[in-house]
Design a protein. Structure first.
Length: 265
């Protein structure tokens, strides 16, 4: 006796065509995963919680006579040293989870052009992260300001500037995570590498003692992000910071696209 099996029905290209259809496809997938919601909630809690700690610490130092006068949004931007890790995880899982589950095959059947798939995924995740970063910064600044009192006095321009800087920084960080995740196809490997680049490497480069390494450390993504969020002019201005982040992001995404085109899903 013989048995017959029905071949699985292949998923066809998404309806609508072009980038609009690919973006709609990625948008639906992105919000259908619980990890998206959990990462955004955790990111918000970490930002607000750490901003409260920074504000309370500044207030305690001020009462001891230490000069901590600084706009509250700039103090609160320190919270992104921690909350940026949730963005790294969110962006990394948006791509690497498809490799681990095998759903990348369905994705590439739905959006056969690999460049279009990668760019549309990046656009969707970057847009969400940018809005989240803006909101996180505003809320964190308000919490820090409430605890700092007069020592955290700020203007509307400083509040908005820090929020926009956080949005831009996290958006570029997202592009880096997606590009690197495409190369490594491993959530653990991507997250570990980015933590090294964002937190550990700049510190190590600064303490080695070599002048050229100290200069090079100024052009790491986290330093450029700090410049954007604090509107600082040291070691360079905001325009240069955007350029630094753009080059890092494009390098990672280009590497990801090159690897994606050359090997099977």
């Amino acid at each position: 006796m013989t048995t017959t099996t029905t071949a699985p029905k292949l998923v066809g290209p998404v309806k609508g065509g072009g980038f609009s259809g690919a973006i709609a496809f990625e948008w639906t997938k992105f919000w259908s995963v619980r990890a998206t919601w959990w990462n955004l909630v955790v990111g918000l809690l970490l930002t607000v919680g750490f901003a409260a700690m920074v504000g309370a610490s500044a207030d305690a130092s001020a009462k001891k006579g230490v000069d901590v006068a600084m706009p509250a949004p700039h103090h609160a931007s320190q919270a992104f040293l921690i909350s940026q890790l949730t963005v790294v995880v969110l962006a990394t899982l948006a791509l690497t989870s498809e490799y681990s589950s095998g759903s990348i095959r369905t994705t590439l059947q739905s959006v056969p052009k690999r460049a279009r798939m990668l760019v549309s995924k990046s656009v969707v995740v970057m847009a969400v992260v940018a809005v989240a970063g803006f909101v996180f910064s505003i809320l964190g600044s308000l919490v820090a300001a409430a605890l700092m009192g007069d020592d955290g006095t700020y203007t509307g321009g400083q509040l908005l500037g820090t929020a926009v800087g956080a949005a831009v920084y996290l958006a570029f960080l997202t592009m880096m995570a997606i590009g690197l995740g495409t190369v490594l196809r491993s959530a653990a490997g991507t997250i570990t590498t980015l933590i090294m680049v964002l937190l550990a490497l700049p510190q190590l480069m600064g303490v080695v003692g070599a002048k050229w390494l100290e200069t090079a450390s100024d052009y790491m993504p986290s330093v450029a992000g700090t410049v954007l969020m604090t509107q600082d002019s040291d070691p360079y201005n905001g325009g240069t910071a955007v350029l630094v982040l753009l080059l890092w992001a494009l390098a990672a995404l280009s590497a990801g696209l090159m690897v994606l085109r050359r090997r099977d899903a």
